[in-house]
Design a protein around this ligand. Structure first.
Ligand SMILES: [Zn+2]
Ligand SMILES: [Zn+2]
Length: 272
């Protein structure tokens, strides 16, 4: 039932543009209305009718980032009200993150976004990837994703975890973002060992947990050298995993390294 609603939601948007462009606006609009009647738009996550202003992909309960905030220009942490958007947060001033920039849709505490991520990671809903990638593409300043010297590099999942989950959400997200923006995706990193799930340990042990857990894929060095790299992952928890990956791609010769994630933990920042 949910899946039907989700498919119809996607189907209602894509053909409208195509028909409109091919057979002229009035007929295209008429055809679009007929498609809307046959396949009413539905929230891509739960199948409920979309909320006004959501561009047809999300109902009110599944809306992402309901309350926008000013964010740190480096780590995307929420800033105090008094600071302007893009200012550097206190944690980054103390210890800058090993990433030049982090782009996130919202904090992980955002109830709407958490629903999408849980469905994607643990509910087998790989069908949500196109919608989430579209939102990420919208969140990225366009000049960052049109540079032909840019590469998307997913944070690699250990094969054991991939087997457990049935799919690799970071790789899927990177592939979908690549399909929508034209920026090439490269599997330039590999896991050398499985790491403990990020979450409970303290910051210091998190860094130890991922130390040496990633290595370059040597054949990819030519693709990374001199390029701007966006690491892609679902959630920035402490920042340690993304920082460990950033160090490897910098050693491969990347000139700038940022991270694109769906969510960042509100407590992360300054490379903790
Ligand atoms: Zn919904
Ligand atoms: Zn910061």
């Amino acid at each position: 039932m949910q899946r039907t609603g989700q498919r119809t939601g996607q189907r209602a948007t894509a053909p409208q543009v195509e028909f409109g462009a091919r057979i002229g606006r009035p007929i295209g609009a008429l055809v679009a209305s007929c498609i809307d009647l046959l396949y009413p738009p539905a929230c891509h996550l739960c199948g409920e009718p979309p909320a006004p202003g959501s561009a047809g992909w999300s109902c009110a309960a599944c809306r992402i980032g309901e309350a926008p905030h000013q964010r740190c220009g480096r780590c995307a942490a929420r800033l105090p009200e008094v600071l302007p958007d893009g200012a550097t947060c206190a944690a980054c001033r103390r210890r800058p993150l090993a990433l030049d920039r982090v782009i996130a849709l919202a904090d992980y505490s955002d109830p709407g976004l958490r629903k999408w991520i849980l469905a994607l990671k643990h509910g087998g809903r790989a069908d949500l990837l196109p919608t989430l990638a579209t939102q990420l593409a919208v969140a990225c300043p366009p000049e960052h994703l049109t540079d032909r010297d840019t590469r998307l590099v997913p944070v690699p999942l250990h094969p054991l975890r991939k087997f457990e989950r049935g799919h690799d959400q970071a790789a899927g997200l990177a592939r979908e973002l690549s399909r929508q923006t034209g920026v090439p995706v490269r599997q330039a990193l590999r896991r050398t060992r499985a790491t403990l799930a990020q979450g409970s340990p303290g910051a210091r042990s998190r860094r130890a947990n991922v130390a040496g857990a990633f290595a370059e894929i040597v054949e990819e060095r030519r693709q990374i050298h001199g390029r701007r790299v966006w690491l892609v992952d679902d959630v920035l928890t402490s920042g340690s995993t993304l920082e460990a990956c950033a160090r490897v791609v910098r050693r491969m010769g990347a000139r700038r390294v940022g991270a694109i994630v769906l969510a960042r933990a509100a407590s992360a920042g300054g490379g903790s």
